[in-house]
Design a protein around this ligand. Structure first.
Ligand SMILES: [Zn+2]
Length: 75
């Protein structure tokens, strides 16, 4: 069954200032650069993670939710 609907909203927690920002994730793309709206820090995914949502968000990115393995959604 491929009726799985990914969650598209994720709350990103900035590792620098701790600000939490609700962001909408693109369905088929990874977000590897994110600028914190609060402190302007440029966030990058942690090593092993494909995008900033996987590293700092409450919900992993849609390709991961759809069953992809880490890193399978980019590149
Ligand atoms: Zn910040």
């Amino acid at each position: 069954m491929s009726d799985l609907v990914p969650v598209l909203q994720s709350s990103l927690t900035c590792p620098v200032c701790g600000a939490v920002t609700l962001e909408v994730m693109p369905v088929n793309a990874c977000v590897v650069f994110y600028e914190c709206a609060h402190c302007r820090a440029n966030l990058r995914p942690k090593s092993g993670d494909c995008c900033v949502f996987c590293s700092y968000g409450t919900v992993p990115c849609p390709p991961i939710q759809m069953g992809g393995s880490k890193g399978a959604c980019c590149g």
